[in-house]
Design a protein around this ligand. Structure first.
Ligand SMILES: [Fe+2]
Length: 252
């Protein structure tokens, strides 16, 4: 089982949600915890430190990518010359791969210092991921993690934040058995099949998985805190925080 968290926004975290995730990890023992960006609210040292302490407390391998909140917004010198300085101090490389029992994870940095919220990927990144997908073990579910979504329903009006080369990238990666992309950013919860949405004529589905904010008090449209679980068979399950039970409950 893979636990997909996103948009933690440390600095605005809810301790009760943190406790509920710690309990979930003790009980369910996911093989990996993925965080699809926006670890912090304002890219401050104490926020990165709190995030690192939270992830270490789970005692499960974790896999993170940066979000647009993880580079400085107001500190212009740092934004220009070392936008990922604190992120890398705490979490190392911006783009990692990880092999677990059932999953092959590829992290991709979609954050550019010149953009405030918009995601961007380059042709070099598309080629690099192509190579990684081709070399991935055939018996694993191949999953890419990046912050901004590649697709969202039109009524959400957030297409402007999707990387311009996203559809082209899916056309390429879909030829190499890419199973799913995990994103955050919009604080929405959804699963789409990009093969259908982009009308790509691939031989299999490529799932686009959006996660809400797992622990932040910055809720979008009052959607409760949430996370996703991907089982070893590839099925998806959304969990939402229940204020009465003070626990994350699987959506039926
Ligand atoms: Fe974001």
């Amino acid at each position: 089982m893979l636990l997909h968290l996103s948009d933690l926004h440390f600095g605005t975290e809810r301790p009760e949600c943190i406790r509920a995730i710690q309990k979930f990890c003790i009980e369910q023992q996911p093989e990996v915890v993925v965080v699809s960006g926006d670890l912090t609210q304002r890219a401050k040292f104490r926020e990165f430190l709190a995030c690192k302490q939270f992830l270490e407390s789970l005692k499960i391998p974790y896999f993170v990518v940066p979000g647009n909140h993880d580079i400085p917004l107001y500190h212009l010198w740092n934004r220009a010359f070392r936008p990922f300085g604190l992120y890398q101090l705490f979490f190392g490389s911006l783009e990692n791969t990880l092999v677990t029992q059932h999953f092959y994870l590829i992290g991709m940095n979609s954050i550019r210092r010149r953009y405030h919220t918009r995601g961007s990927i380059s042709l070099e990144q598309i080629q690099k991921v192509d190579q990684q997908l081709m070399q991935a073990p055939a018996n694993k579910l191949k999953i890419i993690v990046s912050h901004q979504p590649f697709y969202t329903a039109k009524e959400n009006h957030h297409l402007k934040d999707c990387p311009a080369l996203g559809q082209f990238a899916i056309q390429e990666w879909g030829k190499h058995q890419l199973y799913a992309l995990l994103h955050g950013h919009l604080h929405l919860v959804a699963v789409y099949d990009l093969n259908q949405e982009f009308e790509l004529n691939l031989s299999q589905a490529v799932y686009e998985v959006h996660a809400g904010t797992a622990i932040s008090s910055r809720l979008h449209k009052n959607i409760p805190n949430s996370f996703n679980v991907i089982s070893r068979d590839g099925s998806f399950q959304h969990y939402f925080y229940d204020e009465q039970q003070q626990d994350f409950i699987a959506q039926i």
